[in-house]
Design a protein around this ligand. Sequence first.
Ligand SMILES: [Zn+2]
Length: 212
Amino acid sequence: MTRHHPESMSLMEYSAGNLSEPHALCIRLHLNECSLCRSRADTLDSLGAVMMEQQPKVSVSESMFDRILAKIDSSPTPQPAAKPAPRISILQKLLGEDINNLPWKRQLGDVSVLDITEKFPGQNEQVVLQKLVSGGKAPAHTHRGTETTIVLQGAFADQNGVFNQWDFVVLTDQDEHKPVAVGCEDCITLSVLSAPVKLTGTFTRMLNPFIR
Ligand SMILES: [Zn+2]
């Protein structure tokens, strides 16, 4: 079960079609597997529809809007919502291969990467698949911009907790972490990077922008 979810604002931007293609893919993959967020997205869609209908008769203040979002975010009970198409078709369509059979490039130690930015022509962001072997450690690093990541397989842990399959995490330049792959499967993630990461530990000499 996923424990780390996208923020309501991201779900709204997704519904409105305002997200870049790689970001929308991350949200779509998460929604496919998370009934809680499908329910949240439905609620937000309804809210958006009501607001559109009411305009310009009723204006919703910013603080009220924030309260509504906070309420949706804190909703403890996942409501069942219709399950969209299985995620495998989305990923396989994109990658043309099973995720484990991709031409991974070994970076250092336990980390392999595959840059798939070219699959999103016209985007400014870098899109990278990363694999950490089961039990493996990634070097400590920070991020120069915002990085949106979804776990596609396995799980990793850092000081913020354990991130399981389909968990969603956004890291900024304020975050330094040193992920470790936990569980018996290799951990594979999909990340959308607005700027390269910066290594902070002993591997600084390996100035590779793809290591997370
Ligand atoms: Zn969710």
